[in-house]
Design a protein around this ligand. Structure first.
Ligand code: LIP
Length: 259
């Protein structure tokens, strides 16, 4: 391992918590549309700049991938951070108070550590490879729901990819007919953490980016769940993908339903 993960992870969690305070203390003053229904605010930029500086001081040899910058120079064969400074930007713009800071550390082609912090609820989710998943220092685990008719499932509507809208709503109808009910929060990283904590039984969305899911995926897997592509493969870290996360018991049932 390139870094002493324990010490670096502890400092990274502290930096992410401080970044969460920027979200709480800043109002949104500027909004820019990157594409239809995909926005960035001055708060996203402030959080990304803050964490880029702090992480460079903590581990200068580690590259930095952030949602709000050009990442074409990232060498995936060398360690890199993966940051979504404000996951749930549209929620933030509308004052919905359901957004998170999502940070992962990747080395050797896989995520080794992740932290997702919800500043509105004061809930900090962390996971290290082989070290379990934690919520505010308490071990968490996925639900035991074994059949779809007992499952509460979160979905996504891919607002930045309207061409995938028909596929998203087709998936939702199939899940709506098979499951107990659906939820759509607008914050993928918290949907993943809620699967890890057993509050949701699964989550799927037809297209997400690595910064949306990299941290949440290891938190799910360390909590006993699975977070994969729709084909059950590891999620890519250099480009976007459809995602399915579950408590493991439901994974094959959902991939079969949505095939
Ligand atoms: C959002 C995700 C959400 C997805 C949106 C967007 P952002 O992240 O959390 O699940 O449906 O399209 O990607 O853009 O707010 O960081």
């Amino acid at each position: 391992m390139t870094i002493q993960l324990g010490a670096v992870a502890h400092q990274a969690v502290e930096a992410v918590r401080e970044a969460g305070e920027i979200i709480l203390s800043s109002g949104v003053h500027r909004v820019r549309a990157k594409s239809a229904s995909d926005f960035v605010t001055d708060v996203d930029m402030s959080v990304q700049s803050f964490l880029k500086r702090r992480l460079a001081a903590i581990a200068p040899q580690v590259q930095f991938m952030g949602e709000e910058q050009d990442n074409s120079g990232i060498d995936p064969d060398r360690p890199f951070w993966i940051l979504d400074p404000v996951d749930g930007t549209t929620n933030l713009i509308h004052g919905l108070r359901h957004s998170a800071v999502s940070l992962a550390y990747a080395e050797g082609g896989r995520v080794r550590f992740g932290v997702v912090y919800d500043p509105f609820k004061g809930e900090c989710y962390t996971a290290g490879e082989g070290r379990g998943a934690w919520l505010n220092g308490v071990l968490i685990s996925v639900s035991r729901a074994a059949t779809l008719d007992a499952a509460l499932v979160a979905t996504g509507t891919v607002p930045g990819f309207k061409e995938l809208g028909d596929a998203a709503f087709r998936q939702m109808r199939l899940l709506y007919d098979a499951c107990q009910d659906l939820r759509r929060s607008g914050c993928a990283s918290l949907d993943l953490c809620h699967v890890a904590a057993g509050r949701l039984d699964a989550y799927t969305e037809p297209m997400l980016q690595p910064w949306d899911y990299a941290a949440g995926a290891i938190i799910v897997s360390e909590a006993g769940g699975m977070a994969t592509t729709m084909a059950g493969e590891p999620l890519p870290l250099t480009h976007g993908s459809a995602i399915l996360a579950s408590n493991s018991l439901l994974h094959a049932q959902i991939t079969g339903l949505l095939a």
